[in-house]
Design a protein around this ligand. Structure first.
Ligand code: WTA
Length: 666
């Protein structure tokens, strides 16, 4: 492993000894666990590895296919084709199929808005209502000229119309590219440009902790930078004034509401592109991860069902707190949940608005049974105080999940005790935008859990720890996490960049998918994720490339060179530390000017990427510590950022002694 991050925190994780077995009564409470024991898991897992085609063929046959597949899998590393020759439609399987099977009046989506002026705004959609709304939207898209194979960019807050728009695209065979509502105009322009997207769906604004995110304004600015977009569909959510470009801009209520609810689902090939989702990598440019229809559909639904133990007709309400702008929302708010006929709860708001008890108020009022969130949120709740939790009745909860970053054992224990009342299994799910669905995770009812470990691979996932040469490592030692064989929801490529796809995932360890994470497998066979081994950092569970932030910084006229590294952060897990060298004329004269420039640079990164990428710490230096070959010594910067030098609280690296010392280590 190139740069193993060892720290006291990781050491404490590795010596974790506590094991939690399925709480008594869990299976009855959840309506029957899908996987009842480790023996059952082992048996099904072995079968999935020995006979993947049999296993996945069976899983896929639960869905409606307009044309059956000829072959389950065609694998020509790194290219996988699943359910080859088959035709289906994921919107049909999420929505229409439920109506066709007599469940049209059951609740598909429950949505709650952010504002709390008196009672919160709640909307529910039955499968029939969802089918009708999706059909209207799909017809409107067709009228605007959207055709099968087009890529529609979607930039919205967490409103039900976001799910409707995605399903509408899928319904007519168009791919969507959802951009997180927190991203900036520049980020939108980059993604629209890369996807050559001609259609965009947005809103007049989005609520965010009581203030308005000006979605339309950001889009207007973005579209000054790229001229691909011909039509913009605008949802009225806030009711604020927006600029308007006649001919290009169309109100949702004008073009969708009056449409017919008749819109047949377009049969698409199993390998037809379902969506693009941009994510950060080691270079400055985000990459468009390609997911296709059939394999993703089967995998997202089976993982959602098994990992959260979704059982219809048992009063379950499933809530994933992620934003749909990330893969977690794609797979575990929309596509994986709807086929399982358990209502998926969508929340527009933030955990601490209007107060830090909002999530628990939601759980209590909606009787949420499965709750899925990120460790960063759990750490924030811990900090805000138990009283916000204790005020609420959380007894409806049955399964808890986490995702996005390693969870520290203290946060795990708090989640287990305070939120789960010691009766809810915790599923710590390791996966990625690229994997499409859960890869390594406990199964509630079966897997004994250990705080901080994501435990065992899901069915069909041949996960291994290897060294740089692809040699499998013995239990107990660390290395690179790799996947040895294909799985249905794996990425099919990076949009428009075959070489980057091959280089990033398939070159480093020959014949295997390289995930970019370091990990260790303990003597019990449990996996422990140690974090990224590339230049990607997980800030509050959001994935960012350090080079992306560096590019944003150097695009400011004061900055000559920038180096960005992750640093431990109490709440975010990883914070962002930036070291910058400045134009001589822009060097701040005093502390006041330093502060002002730091503020300006943080703002600048916010404009270039989005608020999530603003560095927590910015330090100015005369020179970067570099190796003789001119490479920035990131490991050293990481140590400095982590506070190795904290006592001295160096605000610069100019100290010649320090630099000499640094150079001495090159
Ligand atoms: C990290 C999010 C530890 C990991 C679904 C991975 C995790 C990256 C976990 C992908 C977990 C995700 N434990 N680390 N349970 N889940 N990660 O693409 O570093 O936004 O490579 O997908 O998040 O982030 P992405």
């Amino acid at each position: 492993m190139t740069e193993t991050k060892t720290s006291a925190a990781i050491e404490s994780v590795l010596t974790e000894e506590r094991v939690f077995h399925t709480p008594a009564g869990f299976s009855e409470a959840i309506g029957g666990a899908y996987v009842e024991s480790m023996e059952d898991y082992e048996r099904q897992y072995q079968r999935s590895i020995d006979d993947p085609e049999g296993f996945w063929g069976e899983a896929a046959s639960e869905f409606d296919w307009m044309r059956p597949w000829d072959r389950v899998l065609e694998w020509n590393c790194p290219d996988a084709k699943w359910f080859v020759g088959g035709q289906t439609n994921i919107c049909h399987n999420c929505v229409d199929r439920q109506v066709d099977q007599g469940h049209g009046d059951e609740v598909a989506i429950i949505w709650e808005g952010e504002p709390m002026d008196g009672a919160p705004e709640v909307r529910t959609f039955t499968y029939r209502e969802l089918r009708d709304e999706v059909s209207r939207c799909a017809n409107a898209l067709k009228k605007l000229g959207v055709k099968k194979g087009d890529i529609v960019t979607i930039y919205l807050g967490m409103v039900p119309e976001l799910a409707v728009a995605m399903l509408a695209c899928a319904r007519i065979g168009a791919a969507h590219s959802v951009i997180f509502g927190g991203f900036s105009a520049q980020a939108i322009a980059d993604r629209v440009e890369d996807a050559r997207s001609r259609f965009l769906i947005t809103g007049d604004g989005a609520w965010r902790r009581g203030s308005v995110v000006p979605l339309k304004e950001n889009v207007d600015q973005a579209l000054e930078m790229t001229d691909h977009v011909e039509h913009v569909l605008v949802l009225k959510r806030i009711g604020n004034d927006v600029d308007w470009k006649d001919g290009r801009d169309h109100w949702w209520h004008d073009v969708v509401d009056g449409e017919s609810t008749e819109c047949p689902c377009e049969p698409v090939d199993s390998e037809h592109m379902l969506f693009l989702l941009y994510t950060s990598g080691s270079t400055g440019k985000p990459k468009g991860i390609i997911h296709t229809t059939g394999g993703y559909m089967v995998y997202a639904a089976l993982t959602a069902r098994t990992v959260f133990n979704l059982v219809p007709d048992r009063g379950q309400v499933y809530w994933c707190t992620a934003d749909i702008g990330w893969v977690t929302g794609h797979s575990y708010i929309v596509y994986g949940v709807l086929p399982n006929r358990v209502p998926t709860f969508m929340f527009e708001g933030a955990p601490n608005h209007p107060d830090p008890g909002r999530f628990w108020d939601v759980v209590e009022r909606h009787k949420v049974t499965q709750f899925y969130t990120a460790p960063t949120a759990i750490r924030a709740f811990m900090k805000w105080g138990d009283e916000h939790v204790e005020k609420h009745d959380l007894s409806s909860l049955k399964v808890l999940g986490t995702v996005g970053e390693p969870i520290n054992p203290e946060a795990w224990m708090w989640y287990h005790k305070k939120i789960g009342g010691e009766r809810c299994p915790i599923v710590d799910t390791w996966w990625q935008t690229e994997t499409g669905g859960h890869m390594i995770t406990p199964l509630p009812g079966a897997t004994p859990t250990v705080p901080g470990s994501c435990t065992r691979p899901f069915f069909g996932i041949d996960a291994v720890i290897v060294d740089e040469h692809g040699e499998e490592q013995p239990l107990g030692s660390g290395g690179l996490l790799a996947i040895r064989s294909p799985w249905p929801a794996m990425l099919r490529g990076i949009y428009g960049d075959r070489e980057r796809f091959v280089d990033t995932y398939w070159k480093r360890i020959k014949g295997m998918y390289f995930a970019g994470d370091g990990a260790r497998r303990d003597e019990r066979g449990n996996f422990w994720i140690m974090g990224r081994v590339d230049d990607v950092i997980n800030v509050s569970g959001h994935r960012l490339g350090t080079m992306e932030v560096e590019s944003a910084l150097v695009s400011h006229e004061a900055v000559v060179e920038a180096a960005v590294v992750g640093m431990p952060h109490e709440i975010k897990g990883t914070g962002i530390a930036a070291f910058c060298t400045l134009e001589p004329s822009r060097k701040p004269a005093d502390a006041e000017a330093t502060k002002a420039l730091i503020k300006e640079l943080r703002q600048h990164v916010g404009v270039e990427i989005g608020a999530i990428a603003k560095p927590d710490v910015i330090r100015f230096t005369d020179a970067m510590p570099k190796t003789r070959s001119g490479k920035i010594m990131r490991r050293l910067l990481r140590d400095i950022a982590a506070g190795v030098e904290r006592e001295q609280d160096m605000s610069t690296l100019e100290d010649k002694n320090v630099l000499a010392q640094l150079r001495g280590e090159s």
